[in-house]
Ligand binder design. Structure first.
Ligand code: NDP
Ligand code: 2IT
Length: 459
């Protein structure tokens, strides 16, 4: 993890408590740098809230919050198309159920390990609290790499994964969804296997389902749409809107595609998209239909884009999209993809706002560089909360056996994003950090979880 002076902004009286909790976290969770980073980020924001609420330092509240309620690790054996048996590792970390059933996605990517799942589950707990809905925090996944696998192999893997996972799920217990490498295709295979094992058509057990079998309209779009709606609010506080803004987006998956879609709808000029091999820059503006065709339909690589788009686009196999001058940037691929050097480049090129579509894509040093330069910075747990909020709306439809229209879900999503933005903005003001969305999001999320935990006793 990049070095940041620990707790340098904390009032003196809370320094020892926060420092002890952070050292204990390092000691108790060795070899989990992403988890350490996410805990550190939240702890560094908390001092003003602890001063206002001394009860938050009692009954081991913060220590309990950092320890997941349950961590499940399991073997996932499956056979590839040649009949060879392969073994992956499955995870589900049920982090905190104070506010509702554990809720959070499943990630299939070779980089997945316990520390990554814990960082995501920890973030998810506060994100879900920010939505104002009744969802607790959890996350899961596997080190399975879907890249290059046939549909049949992906299905067999999902079926084996669900053989163990199903016993931990339930609409009132734990409700997974997608994340990197898990789209509605994988949710379909998981749901089918759950139904087969349990003999129950129980849609509330997974979200991100297909529209015809219990899924919600607009869940596919929700994370990207919500991220851009949050960015729009951030710009509004500076007296600007999205019209004509030059925007760079990283990634070309679910979040990136629907961020590009909404930004374009609101008049912005989006010029980049990327994958883990390289990026494209298209000065004419990203051709959304072509991008969807390559990434969603063909499941291909972004390098295929320029030859099919024509002269306005080029592919850059090295470097990153943050080298491209922009008014606003939306990191929407993965954790720690925007470092301090990239942040300095963005600042030098006059960036006004950075909103995290992905989870923890900006390193702590990079956040520091951006905030010091007066760039509006929106943290992922607030910016990308639209996806899980729409998942909660899917759960609501499932429990009432209702099907809402696209416009209704989109309207609710817009209201939720506006509310999250205002909560973060006002909380930052209230605690003496005007304009600091990191402080606002961390304290507002923490306060809701903390109040619930205090009311429910030492459990
Ligand atoms: P997808 O699998 O649809 O797309 C992921 C994109 O990020 C791909 O373009 C992928 O490229 C790129 N990527 C993944 N890992 C890396 C890596 N290690 N280095 C560089 N690029 C990488 O995932 P999503 O769009 O769903 O998720 C993107 C981010 O948004 C994640 O941080 C996720 O946790 C977060 N998020 C997702 C939500 C959702 O509803 N889906 C909700 C809230 C947050 P490649 O194909 O080369 O791997
Ligand atoms: O990181 C996230 O918020 C997600 N991957 C979505 C979780 C969900 O349950 O919809």
């Amino acid at each position: 993890m990049p070095h940041v002076t620990p707790f340098d902004s904390s009032p003196a009286s809370h320094l020892p408590i926060l420092q002890r909790i952070y050292s204990d976290t390092l000691h108790r969770n060795p070899g989990e740098p992403e988890f350490h980073q996410s805990v550190h980020e939240v702890l560094t924001s908390l001092a003003p809230a602890l001063s206002a609420h001394p009860e938050f330092t009692e009954t081991g509240l913060i220590e309990r919050m950092i320890e997941p309620e349950r961590q499940i690790i399991f073997r996932v054996p499956w056979q590839d198309d040649s009949g060879k048996t392969l073994v992956n590792r499955g995870f589900r970390v049920e982090f905190n159920s104070t506010l509702g059933p554990y809720k959070g996605g499943l990630r299939f990517h070779p980089s997945v390990n316990l520390g990554v799942v814990k960082f995501l589950g920890f973030e998810q707990t506060f994100k879900n609290a920010l939505t104002g809905l009744n969802i607790g925090g959890g996350k899961g996944g596997s080190d399975f790499n879907p890249r290059g696998r046939s549909v049949e192999e992906v299905m067999r893997f999902c079926q084996s994964f669900m053989i163990e996972l199903h016993r931990h799920l339930g609409e009132h217990t734990d409700v997974p969804a997608g994340d990197i490498g898990v789209s509605s295709r994988e949710i379909g295979f998981l749901f089918g296997q759950y139904r087969r094992i349990t003999n129950r058509w129980e849609p509330g057990v997974l979200t991100g389902k297909g529209r015809e079998w219990g899924g919600s309209e607009a869940r596919t779009q929700a994370t990207g749409y919500g991220s851009v709606l949050f960015l729009e609010q951030m710009l509004k506080m500076r007296g600007e809107d999205l019209d004509g803004q030059r925007i760079t987006v990283s990634g070309s998956g679910n979040v990136a595609i629907y961020s590009i879609a909404k930004a374009q709808e609101l008049g912005a000029h989006v010029i980049t998209a990327s994958d883990s091999d390289g990026y494209v820059i298209d000065e004419k503006g990203i051709n959304l239909e072509l991008l969807k065709q390559i990434k969603e339909v063909e499941r291909g690589r972004i390098s295929a884009y320029p030859s099919r788009q024509g002269g306005s686009a080029r592919y850059v196999p090295t470097g990153c999209v943050w080298n491209v001058p922009a008014d606003a940037a939306l990191p929407s691929a993965t954790q720690n993809e925007l470092d301090s050097a990239a942040a300095a480049t963005l600042v030098n090129n006059g960036v006004k706002a950075v909103a995290e579509g992905a989870n923890m894509p900006t390193t702590p040093d990079a956040i520091h560089v951006l905030q010091q330069a007066g760039v509006a910075f929106g943290p992922g747990k607030a910016v990308n909360a639209g996806g899980v909020a729409a998942s909660a709306l899917e759960m609501q439809q499932n429990s009432g056996r209702e099907i809402w229209a696209f416009d209704q879900v989109e309207e609710e999503l817009a209201a939720i994003m506006c509310r999250i933005h205002n909560t973060c903005y006002e909380t930052a003001n209230q605690y003496g950090a005007p304009g600091d969305y990191v402080v606002g999001a961390n304290i507002a999320g923490f306060e809701r979880v903390a109040a619930g935990m205090l009311a429910q006793g030492i459990v």
